[in-house]
Design a binder for this molecule. Structure first.
Ligand code: HEM
Length: 219
């Protein structure tokens, strides 16, 4: 029965071709460090799932943000767990993405024909750091408020556009309701949209070009 349903779907959607191309690819003999990209991808999915749950209770307004986080931690069923996974997942993702980048660098996987995989990777790193930066403000506690004050004021040092960039980030001279609103918007819409698009291209390139192998002595 299940086989008949799958055959019916396969005839119309080409499921087997997708399965063969994406999951049943030939890979060279590699080591565990080649799993760091997939580990990062797993964490992206985890962050998205826990982040979506958090938006059910989090309120992006200076009057309520801090209390809504307290409510998630103390009142919501398993709220502490979802927030804990999101919090530590973010830290772990920075660790895995950096290790993944170091792996591809030291194995020279950025060379022809994988230059674009590297370039999309660099953009992914920047977007991921942006996710961390915008997410840090959301609890609206003393630490996040002052860390963002310092973080945004660093842009002031850029010649010519520094002051303008700082104002765009903060939505004015100081941190306010506008800052929290735009950081929240960037954290849940703008940066994730960029992340999904870039991951799509990155993974497409990994599938299209195949994975690199461990460089040998005589290469
Ligand atoms: C959200 C971030 C990222 C995700 C989800 C991701 C995912 C992946 C996956 C699943 C692979 C397959 C091989 C492996 O797992 O090592 C891969 C390969 C690759 N990634 Fe990433 N990556 C990310 C960020 C980066 C960064 C920051 C760089 C470098 C600046 C990078 C450069 C590369 C390169 C050059 C390859 C090809 C490796 C090879 O063929 O051996 N990636 N990526």
């Amino acid at each position: 029965m299940i086989a008949r349903v799958l055959n019916w779907l396969d005839a119309r959607l080409g499921l087997r071709t997708i399965y063969d191309t994406v999951l049943d690819r030939k890979v060279p003999k590699v080591n565990w460090s080649f799993t760091l990209g997939s580990a990062t991808l797993f964490l992206v999915v985890m962050q998205a799932a826990t982040g979506i749950f958090l938006t059910a209770y989090y309120v992006p307004h200076p009057d309520q943000a801090y209390d809504s986080i307290n409510y998630i931690m103390n009142e919501v069923a398993f709220g502490w767990l979802i927030r804990g996974i999101h919090h530590w997942g973010a830290t772990l993702m920075i660790v895995t993405i950096v290790l993944h980048m170091l792996r591809t660098f030291f194995y020279a996987a950025y060379k022809y024909p994988r230059e674009l995989t590297w370039i999309t990777g660099v953009l992914l790193l920047l977007v991921t750091l942006g996710m961390g930066f915008t997410g840090y403000l959301l609890p609206w506690n003393q630490r996040s408020y002052w860390a963002t004050t310092v973080g945004t004021s660093i842009t002031e040092t850029v010649p010519l556009v520094g002051n303008f960039t700082n104002q765009v980030l903060r939505g004015g001279e100081d941190l306010s309701t506008l800052t929290l609103a735009r950081f929240f918007s960037a954290h849940i819409w703008m940066l994730p949209a960029a992340l999904i698009a870039l991951i799509g291209v990155h993974i497409y390139l990994v599938i299209r070009l195949g994975i690199s192998h461990v460089p040998q002595k005589d290469e």
